[in-house]
Ligand binder design. Structure first.
Ligand SMILES: Cc1cc2nc3c(=O)[nH]c(=O)nc-3n(C[C@H](O)[C@H](O)[C@H](O)COP(=O)(O)OP(=O)(O)OC[C@H]3O[C@@H](n4cnc5c(N)ncnc54)[C@H](O)[C@@H]3O)c2cc1C
Length: 471
């Protein structure tokens, strides 16, 4: 663990000088806002940084990075805390949540977003001019953290991963320089950052991203009782086999908590849901759903034409901070055996499963077509990705989730590719399995790029991309 004696006179002087030189705020343990600042959206994360800098600009971040170098502190980065990889214990935690500028250019169909922007802000501004960003299921997730992990949303099969749509990164590197990375500037860094390498290469202060003309989509959920899960999952497998790229969908086994926010007919019950978004003419979307309705009447059909601005209603992710654990993996096939396993572990009978969500997203399409030479992102040839989520309010609950999901993943191994999607992992697993997110050549190249930009591994709290030792 990094050690900094914040009580020592020389460190105090350095901290005072940092505070005097930035617009943002410097906090150490004991300061009034330290506990608020160290809190992540995921309340299961309990981190105790030596120093926190709540930055307001790229200049603040440059100065914070130089301070960390001088004090020999590792640097962690947080915008919302939805995806903390390693708690920032003993290090310098740079919080970007106050850097919230968004500028949409309707003619160029691009947006410039600062490091602390959440997707909802980009969605609103882009939709006002008929454009859409490649956000994920939740508008409360941070644009930069999501994109640096790949970024898979409801337009993924049509327009690809969010990382593929970044035109320019502006970032502060480990030597405290503010640089740009694009196809024509620092192109090696650009390739690494477009690959889901997370915060290993620097602190992104802003990004220029491509937007797409998408106004009305047809999206929602078909809900069937969990007792029909096997038949629904088998039918889903056939349904997606020839699905057009306009359709990005998922099948979800959901154990609804017994809380008032859940409609009564689902409260405390389990269900299987076909969820997705058709980004093409509404009639074509309706025609894709109709065969399901002809087959069996669902408990509810919530598919509807909607402005893309309402895309968050498809998953209805929780907004308020909560303690959670996520894990997952890329899958090759939804075999009969895999379906049985998913139901056995995913559907809770009298509390048998700690999972709230067992989601399998259909990938391929534009994700698979992404150019591997244009970004490090790997596993593009998988056709499905598994995403398991549970609530983990106590260490015991987390241990149970870990045991349950490990046994589930072991049983699913024949249907998996062996690769992982980093955005659907959290905590230690995201660090331990970073390598499995990449092709072997890409991972080696990432380590070489890391060696030239961050040889001392200053950015060591994110995904595990160590500097290549022979560079
Ligand atoms: C409710 C929910 C819904 C989700 N839905 C989806 C989804 O649909 N699709 C999908 O792909 N993922 C999804 N995710 C995963 C999410 O994309 C990741 O957890 C992501 O890391 C969150 O980014 P953040 O900035 O909000 O979180 P943070 O915890 O603030 O950041 C996550 C990590 O990103 C890095 N990082 C953040 N900001 C910077 C920066 N400025 N410079 C360098 N590195 C930085 C850091 O390493 C940090 O540890 C979801 C997660 C949750 C909890």
């Amino acid at each position: 663990m990094d050690m900094l004696r914040t009580s020592s006179a020389s460190v105090r002087v350095a901290l005072d000088s940092l505070q005097a030189n930035i617009q943002g705020t410097v906090l150490v343990q004991g300061d009034a806002h330290y506990d608020d600042a160290r809190r992540a959206w995921n309340l299961a994360v309990d981190q105790h940084p030596a120093v926190i800098v709540v930055a307001t600009s790229a200049t603040d971040i440059v100065k914070a990075v130089r301070f960390a170098r001088e004090e020999n502190l590792g640097i962690a980065i947080q915008s919302t805390g939805h995806g903390v990889v390693r708690p920032a214990n003993g290090g310098l935690l740079i919080i970007t949540s106050r850097m919230t500028n968004v500028h949409v250019d309707p003619d160029a169909q691009t947006a410039w977003v600062e490091a602390g922007v959440k997707w909802g802000a980009v969605l609103d501004k882009a939709q006002a001019v008929g454009l859409a960003p490649l956000l994920g299921s939740s508008p409360d997730v941070g644009v930069v953290g999501y994109t640096l992990g790949g970024g898979m949303g409801w337009l993924a099969r049509k327009h690809g991963m969010a990382a593929d749509s970044v035109l320019v990164f502006e970032l502060v590197t480990a030597d405290g320089r503010l640089v740009r990375a694009s196809a024509s500037e620092n192109s090696d860094l650009y390739w690494a950052l477009r690959g889901g390498g997370g915060g290993s290469f620097g602190i992104v202060t802003g990004m220029e991203i491509q937007l797409y003309p998408v106004e009305t989509v047809y999206g929602g959920n078909l809900i069937y009782p969990a007792s029909m899960a096997k038949a629904v999952m088998m039918r889903y497998r056939d349904w997606i086999a020839n699905a057009p790229d306009e359709l990005t969908s998922a099948i979800v086994l959901m154990n609804f908590p017994p809380i008032p926010e859940v409609p009564e007919f689902l409260r405390g019950k389990s269900a299987v849901m076909i969820r997705g978004c058709y980004a093409g003419p509404v009639e074509e979307g309706e025609a894709l759903i109709q065969p399901w309705l002809d087959w069996q009447a669902p408990l509810a059909n919530m598919w509807r034409a909607m402005p893309f601005a309402e895309v968050a209603t498809i998953s209805n992710d929780p907004e308020d901070p909560m303690p959670t654990m996520a894990t997952g993996a890329w899958m090759r096939v939804l075999s009969d055996a895999a379906i049985d396993t998913l139901i056995e572990y995913g559907v809770s009978v009298d509390g048998s499963s700690p999972l709230v969500v067992t989601e399998i997203r259909h990938t391929g399409g534009a994700i698979a077509r992404g150019d591997k030479n244009a970004g490090a992102f790997g596993n593009r040839d998988a056709s499905l990705v598994l995403n398991l989520i549970g609530a983990t309010p106590t260490p015991e609950a987390r241990e149970r989730m870990e045991r349950h999901t490990q046994a589930m993943k072991d049983a699913l191994r024949p249907a998996m590719t062996g690769g992982v999607y980093l955005n659907f992992l959290d905590g230690a697993e995201a660090a331990d399995r970073t390598q499995d997110a990449y092709l072997p050549d890409s991972y080696r190249r990432l380590m070489a790029i890391k060696a030239s930009y961050d040889p001392e591994n200053l950015f060591r709290f994110g995904f595990n991309i160590p500097p290549a030792s022979d560079n």
